[in-house]
Write a protein of this length. Structure first.
Length: 182
């Protein structure tokens, strides 16, 4: 949560767009205990699970980007690479919040899954306004452990090389932070 740059005593509204099963809510709450939290996801199943597990931490809304309420902070982590209208969605969110954080795979080539339809680098959103970006190693990869990395990257890449398929590498992420001018 250090990447967000919010003060520990932040007491505004944080909206997690594409919250999936809501597993980020306890993390947000532990870092920002005074914040009000809202999760938005298009999947009714995911929202039902969120409400079962985290109703005491956050409010949950089933809907798309138009369901995102005005907020102090909107976070979209690993969602925008799936959206055909990602630029329009970013504009909508910028009109609704003070800070927008978008985290996506960085320079993903080739796309790791067929559901990733957008590719991002440091210049992907610069024309939308004041934006800072940070590139970092995906924490999901780091949490896999060395045995899984050896199997998922090195062993599978040997097979991919033999089959003349593009090789996979440890994934980097890029976080774009849009914010109002002080």
């Amino acid at each position: 949560m250090v990447r967000l740059g919010l003060p520990d005593d932040f007491d505004g509204l944080i909206v997690d767009f594409g919250c999936a099963l809501g597993d980020a809510m306890p993390v947000y709450k532990s870092h920002y205990p005074r914040a009000r939290l809202v999760g938005v996801d298009i999947s009714p199943y995911a929202i039902d699970r969120c409400r079962e597990r985290y109703a005491d931490l956050a409010e949950f809304i089933c809907g798309d980007e138009s369901s995102v309420p005005p907020a102090d902070v909107v976070i979209a982590s690993n969602v925008f690479e799936h959206l055909p209208n990602h630029i329009d969605v970013a504009r909508q969110f910028l009109a609704k919040c003070r800070d927008l954080y978008i985290t996506v795979p960085y320079k993903e080539t080739p796309f790791v899954t067929v559901s990733h339809i957008n590719r991002y680098d440091k210049s992907s959103f610069v024309y939308l306004g004041r934006c800072e970006c940070t590139v970092f190693m995906s924490e999901a990869w780091a949490s896999q452990g060395i045995k899984n990395i050896i199997y998922n990257i090195y062993f599978k890449n040997t097979i991919r090389w033999v089959l003349n398929k593009p090789l996979w590498t440890r994934r980097k992420q890029i976080m774009f932070h849009f914010h109002e001018s002080p």
